[in-house]
Write a protein that binds this ligand. Structure first.
Ligand SMILES: *Cc1c(COP(=O)(O)O)cnc(C)c1O
Length: 372
């Protein structure tokens, strides 16, 4: 039995008939942008996450870029302001910060949770710090009361990168009211389109309006341009597909949790470390990461046995060529935990289309892995 890391074919097949009907409806309608499908999905998604506003856009990176850009246009952020961010995040989080002329301040994660270490944030706060960019990496809830308190105490914006945590319900009740979150609907995400897509959700009306304008060439009224914007819109086919898949998000996440709990209950190889186990209410398992000092051997061994895996992520942002010459990327910047995770992390197969039989196969192989 061959087990792919992720079969998008199988994920789409779970709801294929309804997805086809939705796409066909748009094709036949003759209306492909900024129509009823976007309106409906935005309404449903805002309702689902418990926010007042949702603004669709072209992808998750743009959603992050638009939040920061809109805060700049509103005079809340300024060039060179510092944004606290976990050092082990996906590059898009950092790209959104640097594209806006802001400065990323890297904070190490905990090895045990892989999320930002809230004990290390305060020492990095300066009089230029304006926001914490919280990333719920791998689908794990990275929020803590301590982070909320730091935002209050130092008057910081709380911006969330939710690209990996669609359906993480506990966030609604925990977070301070004035915050904003970026979502990606990249096909492999927990809520994925059949192409690119993204959205911002917030309770802040001015922020939502500014983003809607920015993502439409900077125009809120035809041929009137308030900002130097871009074309960054969610198309009607993707919105229609997402509206179908949103109905099944909780069900899909429950299947991810079933697979993940099977891994937690049954992987018992001392060479393989699992991150601190969270209750299902705190983890939607976008990715199932494990840590292993012999990571490359483990990956090769699983591949030889027809199990697909991926590394998230092999090179941390501060070690990427694109950031080699930044003033904030000093030679003394030391991020040993981030670099260790990059050396040891391996992501096991997990998806709503995966079966327990497949998980069993993966567990048997991992438990038999003996690197001698
Ligand atoms: C996927 C992802 C993004 C970017 O989303 P795209 O839609 O691919 O642009 C941003 N941040 C994180 C943490 C992601 O995983």
């Amino acid at each position: 039995m061959s087990i792919p890391f992720l079969s998008l074919h199988d994920v789409t097949a779970l709801h294929a008939d309804e997805i086809r009907d939705a796409a066909k409806r748009v094709i036949d309608s003759g209306w492909y942008l900024q129509g009823e499908e976007n309106k409906r999905f935005e309404q449903h998604f805002a309702q689902y996450v418990g926010s007042k506003y949702c603004v669709g856009c072209a992808n998750g990176l743009d959603a992050l870029i638009w939040i920061l850009r809109a805060y700049k246009e509103l005079g809340i952020l300024n060039d060179g302001d510092e944004i606290i961010v976990p050092a082990n995040t996906f590059i898009a989080t950092i790209l959104a910060i640097t594209e806006n002329g802001l400065t990323p301040i890297f904070v190490e994660p905990r090895y045990e949770t892989l999320e930002i270490n809230d004990e290390l944030i305060e020492e990095r706060i300066t009089d230029r710090t304006r926001a914490i960019m919280l990333v719920h990496l791998y689908g794990r809830n990275a929020y803590s009361d301590k982070i909320g308190e730091l935002c209050q105490k130092h008057n910081l914006l709380l911006i969330q990168d939710c690209a990996q945590c669609h359906g993480l319900k506990t966030l609604n009740s925990q977070l301070p009211a004035h915050n904003s979150a970026a979502y990606s609907f990249y096909p492999g995400k927990n809520l994925g389109a059949l192409g690119d897509g993204g959205a911002v959700v917030t309770d802040d009306e001015a922020l939502a309006n500014t983003i809607r304008t920015l993502a439409n060439y900077g125009s809120h009224k035809k041929y009137v341009f308030d900002y130097q914007g871009r074309n960054s819109r969610l198309d009607e086919i993707q919105a229609a597909v997402l509206d179908v898949k949103l109905k099944y998000l909780d069900e899909d996440n429950a299947q991810r949790q079933k697979i993940a709990n099977y891994y937690y209950d049954n992987i018992n190889n001392p060479l393989v470390t699992l991150p601190f186990r969270l209750p299902d209410s705190e983890n939607v398992y976008h990715i199932f990461p494990v840590l292993c000092e012999q990571r490359d051997q483990l990956q090769q061994y699983l591949s030889d046995n027809k199990v697909g895996t991926v590394i998230h992520y092999p090179i941390p942002p501060h070690m990427q060529k694109c950031y080699a010459n930044e003033s904030w990327n000093t030679p003394t910047l030391s991020l040993p935990i981030t670099e260790c995770i990059a050396r040891e992390e391996l992501s096991l197969p997990i998806s709503p289309a995966m079966t327990l039989e497949e998980a069993e196969q993966v567990v048997l192989l991992i438990n038999a892995f003996n690197n001698k």
